[in-house]
Design a protein around this ligand. Sequence first.
Ligand SMILES: Cc1cc2nc3c(=O)[nH]c(=O)nc-3n(C[C@H](O)[C@H](O)[C@H](O)COP(=O)(O)OP(=O)(O)OC[C@H]3O[C@@H](n4cnc5c(N)ncnc54)[C@H](O)[C@@H]3O)c2cc1C
Length: 390
Amino acid sequence: MADFTLSVEQKNLRELAHDFAEKEIRPVAWELDKEGTWPQAIIDKAHEVGLMNTHVPEEYGGPGLSYLDGCLIEEELSWGCSGIQTSLGANGLAAAPVHIGASHEVKREYFDELIGSPVLASFCLTEPDAGSDVSGMRTRARRQGDTYVLNGSKCFITNGGHASWFTVYAKTDPDAGHRGISAFLVRKDDTVVVDKKEDKMGQRASNTATITFNDTEVHARYLLGEENKGFKLAMMTLDRTRPGVAAMATGIARAALEFAIDYSKQRVQFGVPIAMHQAVQFMIADMATKVHLSRLATWNSAVLLDQGRRNTVESSHAKRFAADTAMEVTTDAVQVYGGYGFIKDYPVEKLMRDAKIMQLYEGTSQIQRLVIARETLLPRRVEQPAAATA
Ligand SMILES: Cc1cc2nc3c(=O)[nH]c(=O)nc-3n(C[C@H](O)[C@H](O)[C@H](O)COP(=O)(O)OP(=O)(O)OC[C@H]3O[C@@H](n4cnc5c(N)ncnc54)[C@H](O)[C@@H]3O)c2cc1C
């Protein structure tokens, strides 16, 4: 657990992702950000070289990479552009509940699709009146014979406008709060309407949409896990995906740190490069420490998963710390650039806008603190393997 030495394969994987970020993502990222242009060509290429769907197990034709491997890729691609990585990585979020809760046949059907071509999937939990508190969701799933019929709207859905299928959370027992939620795998058809594409502050190349289900029929074999156990499935999913968000936040912060280092060596004020002023040096030192600790917390939360151990508090530590770090470090990078940092011709203002979402999606920084407070004040006595808590 204490040894974070990467294997040769992991170093190669990280290099592959870094090269991809440097050659395919960075050259276009700031341009795509301007108009919020969808990065289809990059998605096609990332799929081709194997940088998507990394957690699909080998038995379903995927690479079956570890969570730590996934984090290495996510940090590098987010160093390129976290908006584009959000588009590339959302399949992992949508596929996690399928991996945990679907039958072998359903996994085969849907994972084959992900591996075969660059199709996209979305994770549909949030609703207009149910964000942090998902128990307030209104989407309903009514059982009718062998099928469930879904009605309701989900908002802020990543890749929603481009997804071929969705993992959707809906109330099967509306009076039971979070104990009345079930999860379903829903294929896009005429009853599924994409209502709105959001115009966002940051991560503008990613797609964020509202999805409405109008009498959408889903066969009972596409119920994920057990009926009314969807909340637990969602929480288990987030335990698995928050290390990836933390890795993304680390990638953004690292990019900002690198830009700030380069700029501070070039920009001359009072006759010396500003890097010679101790106030700037100390800002850079603090930025470097925070990036380093973000990565350590991220890797720690991923390795626990790879060992089959519960990582709830560690993934919240990592996500909260790395997200707040991304915001702080990108803000400091703008400070190092001075007035130029505020101008769109320079790279760091985009990073500061992109960083903000890290504190919001997959549980806000406040919600991570709630998890950490609960786990710290009322620690669980017996550590269960993660898979045994389903
Ligand atoms: C770009 C983008 C992409 C997204 N992608 C997806 C996706 O793919 N799938 C999906 O399902 N959702 C997605 N989301 C939704 C995201 O997860 C939610 O926005 C987030 O969970 C917060 O919910 P909310 O926006 O309703 O804020 P609210 O829950 O209304 O929170 C508002 C504020 O109150 C605070 N707050 C709320 N409750 C508490 C509390 N108990 N204690 C302390 N503070 C509290 C919050 O931290 C926040 O600061 C996305 C959102 C965005 C913006």
